[in-house]
Design a binder for this molecule. Structure first.
Ligand SMILES: [Zn+2]
Length: 540
């Protein structure tokens, strides 16, 4: 099965410039501090697949088109700032000359490079040194206006340089244009790596370090049919120096924009080039691998994994070339063998894999029963089934699982046959008018939403799904039904309290009572919470 994820890259790369979008567990979704109200923790969510945004803090929400309007951004912004861009490139170029000069005269920095065995990278990758003195860089760039210096990302708002007492690593875009710097501390100061600030030309979530070098190696040398993705700058330099095309992530997981760029560039070369993840076999590396499986595999790019036993830059190029390339499936099983996660965490990891890969993983595990042990595998299987049962049912592709609960909350006050299956409920028929239109919009019918409805749609599309089992939902509906039946029968008797009437109603009453008693243990609190949530949707 191919999972098509239609992510809106155009809006993503546009918004990534002005919003500090942080990844969430959903690859198409990001969160950040709300640009429309003041907050310290992000409650502003943007989803580039559903093309909506919503702030759970102040309630502003709607389509991406509306967001652009509110932020006064226009898709043409990029052309408008062409001149500014050119000026920023000049500033960065001047800074690069300054940093390189500084490295020549700074003994500490030179010693650090020598001790780390990284001297040979200096000229090949244009390494430099940002001095400790906060005034030095500003003086070197004194012929540029202050505003431009801030815009370049080299300085903070108070004109304090971002990188101090660090080895500087120039970062280029895919075409080789200098767009920013990374800085590696040479004393013990944290963080070890720091980037210049995001600017109109540089955003670390949009760029992969080394892409320009990797592309030129791939174009020049037909023998290179692999593109490595590694974690660190120096890892990438080590591979590139040894003629192996490589890029480094810049302190983040692979972002959709980055994935998109890799895939587009590989397809443009019209050769079968595999993406090779050179990862440490640790949880962080595994996470990166799973995300890669989800994003790259569906985009028809072969993905291989090399499980490293140390940092890539400590492994010789010859050995890197000969280390076994594993499929995602094999790498995953290898990870389970090496790490032995608890059955619960193994089951949770399995659940995150696409169906086909999961089936392959399970089949491969079955061929290694001796290694895993029957009991471990049985435990994983049991946890997996339990976890799966707890997953919310996806009702509509465009809305989260909670839409289901909203439907049931709406349904609980209505008369349903107790044999009703959730799948049989005619959703449009039981929804209040306002939600009905949102529902139609979500299933792709052509309806025009008002601003309010658009906002409600965004809220529903981005709300956290409630995790509740199908069984609880169904029992809730049944319990409500029998409770209502008992009341109706009693009312009917009260209207006409004769002996005949009592005899007539008795069998039905006993049956309703018995069914209700059977469900006495069913906790309907959760459902009542949904009902409250449901109400809150309409009272704002
Ligand atoms: Zn807000």
């Amino acid at each position: 099965m191919r999972i098509e994820r239609a992510i809106d890259y155009e809006h993503l790369s546009l918004l990534e410039r002005v919003l500090d979008l942080q990844p969430t567990s959903d690859q198409a979704e990001f969160k950040c501090l709300c640009p429309f109200h003041s907050e310290t923790r992000p409650s502003f969510y943007v989803n580039f697949e559903k093309r909506v945004f919503y702030c759970f803090g102040c309630g502003v929400g709607g389509t991406l088109t509306r967001l652009l309007k509110l932020l006064k951004l226009q898709p043409q912004t990029e052309q408008v700032s062409e001149e500014t861009k050119a000026n920023i490139y000049d500033v960065l170029q001047a800074a690069q000359l300054f940093f390189r000069d500084q490295l020549r005269s700074n003994e500490n920095a030179k010693r650090w490079l020598k001790e780390k065995g990284r001297e040979h990278f200096r000229d090949r990758f244009g390494l430099g040194y940002a001095p400790s003195d906060p005034k030095a860089l500003r003086e070197a760039l004194s012929n540029f206006p202050n505003e431009l210096l801030i815009q370049s990302g080299l300085f903070g708002k108070s004109l304090y340089p971002v990188l101090r007492n660090r080895i500087t690593i120039p970062i280029h875009d895919e075409n080789g244009q200098l767009i920013g710097f990374a800085g590696r501390s040479i004393d013990d100061s944290e963080p070890k790596f720091l980037n210049t600030r995001n600017s109109v030309v540089f955003h670390k979530r949009l760029v992969l370090f080394g892409m320009n070098y990797a592309l030129s190696l791939l174009e020049k040398n037909r023998g290179n049919e692999e593109l490595w993705i590694v974690e660190g700058y120096f890892d990438a330099m080590h591979l590139l120096y040894n003629q192996l095309p490589a890029v480094a992530l810049m302190g983040t997981a692979l972002t959709p924009t980055q994935t998109h760029k890799i895939v587009a560039r590989i397809h443009a070369l019209k050769r079968s080039i595999a993406v090779v993840f050179g990862l440490d076999p640790d949880p962080a590396g595994l996470d990166a691998m799973i995300n890669a499986a989800l994003s790259l595999l569906t985009l028809q790019v072969p993905v291989r994994v090399v499980l490293l036993d140390r940092d890539p830059d400590e492994i010789s190029a010859e050995r890197l070339k000969s280390m076994p390339r594993l499929s995602i499936t094999a790498a995953f099983v290898e990870y389970l063998i090496r790490r032995r996660p608890t059955p619960t965490s193994a089951a949770k990891l399995l659940l995150r894999l696409p169906d086909t890969i999961r089936k392959n993983v399970w089949a491969l595990m079955n061929t290694k029963v001796k290694v895993f042990g029957t009991e471990y595998m049985r435990a994983i299987h049991k946890c997996f089934e339990d976890e799966k049962r707890r997953q919310p049912k996806r009702f509509l592709p465009n809305l989260r699982g909670d839409f289901w609960e909203l439907v049931v909350a709406a349904a609980i006050d209505r008369v349903f046959d107790p044999k009703t299956d959730l799948d049989d409920i005619d959703v449009a028929a039981i929804l209040p008018d306002r939600l009905k239109k949102v529902y139609q919009f979500a299933i792709g019918e052509k309806v025009q939403l008002s601003e309010d409805e658009e906002q409600l749609y965004a809220k529903l599309a981005l709300s956290r799904p409630f995790i509740v089992s199908r069984e609880i939902l169904l029992n809730g509906i049944r319990k409500a039904y029998w409770h209502r039946r008992i009341r109706e029968i009693l009312d009917e008797f009260a209207k006409n309290p004769t002996h005949e009437n009592a005899e007539r109603l008795r069998p039905e009453y006993l049956k309703a009572k018995e069914e209700f008693e059977k469900l006495r243990g069913v906790d309907t609190d959760k459902l009542l919470n949904f009902a409250e949530f449901f109400d809150s949707m309409f009272s704002s």
